[in-house]
Design a protein around this ligand. Structure first.
Ligand code: CDP
Ligand code: MG
Length: 700
């Protein structure tokens, strides 16, 4: 791998790193930033005084890059080179180079604020602007002051505005690693296709039939579309006349692919064979697939956004930004001149695409991040004044504070509580952490652990209803438990308990359309969460999966009570004369129970009066996903608390002004002032992009 562009700059890199605590490195995707930088620093002695840590925003990238580096160094993965992602740690005492998700590094800084085990921290893929990387940027900024003598920070990016980051770090040096990028011919479509899948299919086959050899990379929005296109492509390729063109291999690439399937894209194709890689935007910058000469870009990406004023998530297919479009095109020119087929007119690119991607911090719920910042024992950090590269909106900070207050993580003055500190120790979203703590009080921790683990693994686990293997089935299974009418959380609990009864039989999973890999993951996550809870409780808690002290119904009731406390901010009340619910909180709105829910009506045909939900998701209309029936009795204290809630006090109470040491939100500026303050001198492209984006969304 010695001929990757970055390795030619080894001396220059080392020289700059020697002389500066922070260095920004900009280099084309595929130039070797992720795989080589850590090795360069290792070769030059930086792993002698500590671990070289490299963060990745994506789990898949952390695993795949670590595997690659271990291979290049000829060591077994998990020894000198390892990785750590949430719920999976493959490092050892001997680890010198450690790839980890940005979330895991944040968590590590909770127990060791100065991150003393590291001699170097590389914040990789900073251009992705993930929420956690943005927070790390702020934390690292103060860390370099404290550990100036023995910590080196490298920030790498493919496209990031290097100036902005450099300015953020007192004008630190920027190293540009020129990649050898061959020219890429851009071919625009005359109009936007009606079906982008069909249009991708047609373009791919055209290339296969007419163009000389070279692999084809196709960007899709998600796993479902990838599967659809893969099977259509397979069919089409098979129907081509034998000998009319070369062989073809069609490979999917996305985050929930099993590891052995993921590595397939890194092995070169047999001779006289063209590969079609059908990928999510994971191949845009995180993973570099060699051999690509043709790129098909429909101009879309699936993006999860959070709206703080409604508490609602949406998973929207949105247009990519110009930066993304250029990244995608660039993938075609790594080994020789290539072509990029944009399935949209150049006018769309010019007029409709935003210049840059909206950073995640400006489209996420911040409850977890705010809790995290508050739980750091750093007296000089004020959440609302935290030094962000691009600050989030005041509204979303306010939303986070409100949620944290309702679930007792902060008190009415905005100060973190002891419950809040405990919550921060759990690698879960605040509402689930709170549920576990409460469940422990009600003797139903074992059940709550199961539910938390099932919810954490949901994406890889779920009943593969969409897996079109149904036809091949000999019998219809689906004798899975139904939540006893109480909702989805109870069903998740029952499913796991059923599996536990079979002694974790994999055939049972298969018979019931449960992903074996997903269920095993749940089992592992449950075990890890149990261990953390044991540590927190400093005692021996009974966390066996199938245990019942007072009978199932009583367990379910206790569990629902704990969920009601944990999800106090996600509560809804049934409308008497209306077929639906109204959320309770700041800005109530009408919602429905998602059709996939197992929540049932009672003998009188009534849905429960109150439910808590795991998330609000806006698809064709606002739905509550994963709902659980709760009782009036438990809701009353929440309503009382809501009445008392004073957001001004939470974010700008008077009691702490002047104390200066306690980390509170006391000095929070007034709303109007703050919003203006956010957008003054750092008025960046992003701010403008975000506004245009929101305006367009509102017009939709
Ligand atoms: O981080 P950056 O985009 O600059 O490049 P990289 O990820 O370090 O990739 C450098 C080279 O390593 C590329 O040619 C990749 O195809 C290759 N690579 C690989 O073969 N297997 C991996 N798991 C990761 C990278
Ligand atoms: Mg990389």
């Amino acid at each position: 791998m010695a001929n990757l562009p970055i390795t030619q700059f080894e001396e220059k890199i080392i020289e700059t790193v020697e002389q500066n605590p922070v260095v920004v490195i900009i280099g084309e995707t595929g130039s070797g930033k992720s795989t080589q930088l850590s090795q360069i620093l290792h070769r030059n002695g930086y792993s002698k005084s500590g671990i070289i840590g490299v963060t990745q925003p994506r789990r898949v990238a952390a695993v795949s890059v670590a595997r690659r580096v271990a291979q290049e160094l000829g060591v077994p993965l998990g020894e000198e080179v390892g990785y750590a992602i949430r719920f999976e740690d493959r490092t050892s005492e001997r680890t010198l180079i450690k790839y980890l998700t940005d979330g895991v590094l944040l968590r590590e800084s909770l127990s060791n604020a100065e991150l003393n085990q590291y001699s170097v921290i590389i914040l990789d893929e900073a251009h992705e602007r993930s929420l956690n990387t943005d927070i790390l940027l702020g934390l690292v900024k103060r860390l370099v002051k404290m550990r100036a003598s023995n910590l080196k920070i490298l920030i790498t990016s493919a496209t990031l505005d290097g100036e902005q980051v450099s300015k953020f770090f007192s004008n630190c040096p920027i190293l540009n690693v020129p990649g050898k990028l061959y020219p890429v011919e851009i071919l625009y479509s005359k109009e936007r296709p009606k079906s982008y899948i069909d249009s991708c299919l047609k373009t791919a086959i055209d290339i296969h039939v007419k163009e000389p050899e070279g692999d084809v990379l196709i960007f899709m929005t998600g796993q479902d579309d990838i599967e659809k296109l893969v099977s259509k492509l397979e069919e089409k390729v098979r129907s081509l006349e034998e000998g009319s063109c070369m062989d073809a291999i069609i490979l999917p690439l996305h985050g929930s692919l099993p590891p052995e399937m993921q590595v397939r894209v890194f092995s070169p194709p047999p001779p006289n064979c063209r590969r079609f890689i059908v990928s999510t935007n994971i191949a845009e910058t995180s993973l570099t697939v060699d051999g690509v000469v043709y790129v098909i870009d429909a101009g879309y990406v699936k993006q999860r956004q959070y709206n703080p004023s409604t508490g609602m998530y949406s998973l929207d297919v949105v247009q990519i930004s110009k930066v993304q479009a250029n990244q995608r095109a660039g993938r075609a020119g790594r080994t020789r001149p290539g072509k990029c087929y944009r399935l949209y007119p150049s006018k769309v690119y010019q007029d409709d695409f935003l210049d840059v991607t909206v950073p995640e911090i400006q489209r996420s719920s911040l409850a977890g991040s705010v809790l995290y910042l508050k739980s750091l024992d750093l007296s000089d950090i004020n959440v609302l004044k935290f030094d962000f590269l691009d600050p989030p909106s005041f509204e979303s900070l306010e939303d986070a504070l409100k949620q944290l207050y309702l679930i007792d993580a902060i008190d009415e003055n905005g100060t973190i509580t002891s419950v809040g500190r405990t919550m921060a120790e759990l690698p879960l979203e605040p509402s689930l952490s709170r549920t576990l703590i409460e469940a422990n009080e009600y003797n139903c921790l074992a059940q709550a652990l199961t539910v938390a683990a099932m919810l954490s693994a949901e994406t890889t686990l779920l009943l593969s209803r969409s897996n079109r293997t149904e036809k091949k089935r000999k019998h219809t299974p689906r004798d899975l438990p139904d939540g006893s009418g109480l909702g989805d959380h109870i069903q998740l609990l029952q499913i796991y308990e059923r599996w536990d009864e079979t002694d974790y039989d994999v055939d049972w999973c298969r018979d019931n359309d449960l992903q074996v890999r997903g269920m095993k993951f749940v089992k592992d996550v449950r075990k890890q969460l149990s261990q953390i809870m044991q540590k927190i409780a400093k005692g021996s808690l009974d966390v066996r999966a199938n245990q019942s002290r007072k009978g199932r119904q009583q367990d379910y009731r206790n569990l629902r009570k704990a969920l009601c406390v944990g999800f106090a901010n996600q509560l809804a009340e049934r409308m008497i004369h209306h077929n639906g619910y109204r959320t309770i909180g700041f800005k109530p709105q009408l919602v429905q129970v998602h059709p996939s829910s197992v929540l049932r009506t009672d003998e009188e045909g009534m849905l429960p009066n109150y439910v808590v939900y795991h998330e609000l998701i806006s698809t064709s209309r606002p739905y509550m996903r994963n709902v659980c029936a709760v009782e009036m009795l438990w809701v009353t204290p929440i309503l009382k608390k809501l009445e008392k809630l004073d957001i001004n006090k939470l974010s700008g109470g008077v009691s702490h002004i002047g104390e200066g040491t306690e980390e509170t939100l006391a000095e929070a500026p007034k709303k109007e002032v703050d919003v203006a303050g956010l957008s003054n001198d750092r008025e960046s492209k992003i701010q403008a992009a975000r506004e245009r984006f929101l305006a367009r969304k509102a017009n939709k």
